[in-house]
Write a protein that binds this ligand. Structure first.
Ligand code: DGL
Length: 270
């Protein structure tokens, strides 16, 4: 019984860590497509093809259920994968919906009509591809009315993190927050809509100010996976071993993961 966790790079490790805290006995196979990161500047077609290839690799590891711990893949490819590609005995789930359910104070599977919610002004920080997909606004519109969303495409941040350049990543985060605040001076909530961004959460919070509630996905996704597995225990695949796979250079990826996550992580070649 192993579950697959996929991201374009090391950002999905923030989700993997939260799943490990919530479900410590569950073996997890992580796959980072570091050779092709960042996805955020690629076309939807490209993101679809790369994500399908990565998910197939995780199926080979005995993970019938794969979590796309990547908003860009969830926004640009997941719907098409579910509708046209995923076989009946496998599941691929994204990271978008659990976060929107939290923001709109909904329980899982509550399909009642959209209603007014407490937060009215929301800042969304995500990759250019996620922002361009408008998937966040679409999913939000199913659940809430009257929420004003201002989205900031945060070009360069994933690249800086993937290159292990913390100083550049911090400077870029500050300039993206400033750019957003020029258009929405007083957001009530901010969504970190990219799994790489929790690695920069302290900088986002500082630049936004203490009064802004920052929603970060990792714990929400872990909670929703735990809930899913109690309903669908048969989706625990046949794999039994946790491991970290990368399409990039295992040594370089291990070292920047260890730097950002502040614990030793050892990758092997996918
Ligand atoms: N962590 C991915 C996400 O959540 C990063 C995307 C990228 O590779 O640009 O969107």
């Amino acid at each position: 019984m192993a579950v697959g966790v996929f991201d374009s790079g090391i950002g999905g490790l923030t989700v993997l860590d939260a799943i490990t805290r919530r479900l410590p006995e569950l073996p997890l196979v992580y796959l980072g497509d570091n050779a092709h990161a960042p996805y955020g500047v690629r076309t939807h077609e490209d993101i679809f093809n790369l994500t399908c290839a990565a998910v197939e690799r995780l199926w080979e590891e005995g993970c019938d259920l794969v979590i796309l711990a990547c908003n860009t893949a969830s926004a640009a490819a997941l719907k098409r994968m579910q509708e046209t590609w995923v076989p009946k005995d496998k599941r691929v789930l994204g990271v978008f919906v659990p976060m929107i359910e939290a923001l709109t104070e909904r329980q899982w599977g509550d399909n009642s009509p959209p209603r007014e919610v407490a937060v009215k002004h929301v800042a969304l920080f995500a990759t250019p591809a996620t922002v361009a997909s408008r998937a966040f606004q679409r999913e939000l519109a199913f659940r809430a009315i009257g929420v004003d969303v201002e989205a900031q495409p945060c070009g360069g941040v994933v690249d800086a993190i993937e290159q292990g350049d913390e100083i550049l990543a911090e400077a870029l985060v500050r300039s993206h927050v400033e750019a957003l605040k020029r258009r929405m001076p007083h957001p009530q909530a901010a969504i970190l809509g990219c799994t790489h961004y929790p690695l920069m959460e302290a900088t986002f919070q500082e630049a936004l100010g203490a009064e802004v509630k920052v929603y970060s996905q990792a714990n929400l996704v872990a909670e929703s996976l735990a809930d899913y597995l109690t309903r669908r225990p048969e989706m625990l695949g046949s794999g039994t071993q946790s491991k970290f796979l990368t399409t990039g250079d295992p040594k370089a990826v291990s070292s920047k993961s260890t730097q950002f996550l502040r614990r030793r992580i050892t990758f092997e070649a996918a």
